[in-house]
Design a protein around this ligand. Structure first.
Ligand SMILES: [Zn+2]
Length: 558
């Protein structure tokens, strides 16, 4: 921009000089020749001045920003954001695969694709409000290179100044742009890559930014306020119609989605169902024949965006965060594996275009304070136990609500259903002892069963959660201690996931986010720049530099 301004100044000077010469003499051929000569001289001088100034500018930039510039530029840039995905979540998914898919192998023999990438780094995630940030501020850091306050999307903390995001820069550079999420497409993380709002709760305004966008591909859960204002008080134009008027093909459901082919133009794809939070199903609850997955959305995105001028594709796995808020390791692990499979789609593309592609994988922050290890399991972990859970916490909430509404459900009545969906076994003390003896003798089946049998303490914890769930919200005592036990979740379900997770050797410290750094991985052009320890704003700076959009490396350190 600065260079362009100087050229403009040079041109203006040129025009002025030409004008002066022309004004001083009548237009005879001789004079015209002279005029041209003078013009040429001035032109040369101006060019020299510009060159000198540019050199000085470059020197200054090098002094301010020691971050190395990539040798080559990428024209296909993928950013995968696992919401709530930090080291423990990535390791838990890997340990789960090791324990179930290849029993007997050591964990290091099984890798998530993201963990095999040649560049591995860590980055801080704090925002201007707290060391424990939210998804709006962290996504804003990734998208724009600026720190902001929790809750703000693509703007400064006061909500007045708009920060340009990498997707907009990519679009301005002639690239195509795609935004994918497994939660509602107007949620904080995806929104930070196409909208600018002082509050992440401005779903209507965010939806309007999407509907009027010149980006090429949006795919994720349905909009939250398609026909009303953000406060739901006023009826407004349907945003899907607005998107269609703006040239989007709106594909609803799997059949319409599958029919999309390259050349279709701008696409806005959503599922044909509305479940909690307007998200896609959890991977473990999804019916593959009917329901789109994050892998489908990513694969289609690559197919539709692929073009010789380049593209930027951001893919968010948003439900890893939701599962971790609820302290449900199984739901988080299965969604992390699906996220890794989505990364595989980009990896296939990278293999076809290794010299032009960059793939970056990161988390926006950690959620739940997940860790590998639990006081009760000491130095052991039993990740295979997680495989017995076959339903995510929120699907199971409906079952608990049914029991509550029945009014006369006893704790024992729920046991067969718990065994079916969580694998936990309700056995008498005698039966447990028998299993333990067999396990000690080397009986593998008995050992597995014994590992899932509930101890007296675990039974007590579950019963406490059950009793609380059977009370209506109004009847439940609300105090700090109860919050520590259940957060704002269905008490019985929280206890079920806690007990199963703890048996596996996974524990949790929070129902919110935490402030630990996250792991960032990269492969492809300039990937080596993602080694080391840095801040989330640096991820933006590195991507910008590698994409050849430049100019923001200094910004990242502000
Ligand atoms: Zn969250």
């Amino acid at each position: 921009m600065m260079i362009r301004n100087r050229c403009l100044k040079g041109l203006l000077l040129l025009v002025v000089v030409t004008g002066v010469v022309a004004a001083c003499a009548p237009p005879t051929p001789e004079v015209v020749e002279k005029e041209v000569e003078v013009t040429r001289q001035v032109e040369v001088q101006v060019t020299r001045v510009v060159e000198k100034e540019v050199e000085v500018e470059v020197e200054k930039e090098v002094l301010i920003t020691p971050t190395p510039q990539p040798e080559k530029h990428a024209k296909y840039v993928f950013l995968f954001v696992g919401d709530g995905l930090a080291v423990a979540q990535r390791n838990a998914a890997e340990l789960y695969v090791a324990a179930t898919a290849r029993t007997g192998d050591r964990p290091e023999d099984v890798d998530l694709l993201m963990n095999t990438f040649p560049a591995q780094g860590m980055n801080t995630t704090y925002d201007l409000t707290s060391v424990i940030p939210d998804s709006a501020s962290t996504a804003t850091s990734l998208a724009t290179g600026h720190k902001t306050a929790s809750g703000v999307v693509g703007m400064d903390a006061s909500g007045k100044q708009v920060y340009e995001n990498i997707s907009e820069v990519a679009k301005a550079n002639g690239w195509k742009v795609g935004i994918v999420s497994s939660v509602s497409i107007d949620h904080a993380t995806p929104a930070s890559f196409y909208a600018h709002e002082p509050s992440r709760g401005n779903y209507r305004e965010i939806g309007e930014a999407l509907a009027t966008s010149d980006f090429d591909y949006f795919a994720g859960g349905p909009l939250k306020r398609p026909t009303t204002s953000s406060d739901k008080q006023t009826e407004l134009t349907d945003l899907y119609e607005m998107a269609e008027d703006n040239g989007f093909t709106v594909a609803v459901g799997k059949a319409e989605f599958d029919a999309l082919k390259p050349g279709v133009g701008k696409v806005f794809a959503v599922p044909d169902y509305n479940i909690g939070g307007q998200a896609l199903y959890y991977t473990m609850d999804r019916v593959p024949e009917n329901n789109l997955s994050i892998v489908d959305l990513t694969r289609k995105g690559i197919e539709l965006l692929d073009n010789p001028d380049g593209f930027f594709l951001m893919v968010e796995a948003g439900k890893i965060d939701w599962a971790c808020h609820a302290n449900d390791a199984a739901a988080a692990i299965h969604d992390t594996i699906a996220f890794d499979n989505a990364i595989s789609e980009a990896f296939e593309f990278y293999r076809d275009h290794p010299k032009e592609t960059l793939i970056v994988v990161t988390g926006d922050h950690e959620t739940g304070g997940m860790t590998i290890g639990f006081a009760g399991t000491k130095y052991s972990a039993f990740f295979e136990k997680i495989q017995h859970q076959n339903i995510a916490y929120d699907e199971f909430n409906a079952q608990v609500a049914e029991w509550r509404e029945a009014g006369n459900t006893r704790f024992e009545d729920t046991w067969p259903v718990i065994e079916e969906h969580f694998g936990l076994l309700f056995l008498t003390a005698d039966a447990r002892e028998e299993l333990e003896a067999k396990a000690d003798e080397g009986d593998k089946a008995a050992e597995m069963q014994y590992g899932l049998a509930l101890s007296d303490l675990e039974l007590e914890m579950l019963e406490e959660g059950f009793e609380r769930s059977m009370k209506g919200e109004e009847e439940r005592a609300q105090d700090d201690y109860q919050y520590l036990l259940y957060g704002s979740y269905e008490p019985y379900v929280v206890k079920l996931t806690h007990v199963l997770n703890q048996k596996a050797g996974i524990s949790w410290t929070s129902y919110s986010h935490t402030g630990v750094p996250v792991q960032t991985s990269a492969i492809g052009v300039g990937a080596e720049m993602f080694n080391g320890y840095y801040d989330n704003t640096d991820i933006h700076a590195k991507m910008m530099a590698i994409a050849g959009f430049g100019g923001s490396l200094a910004m990242a350190s502000q």
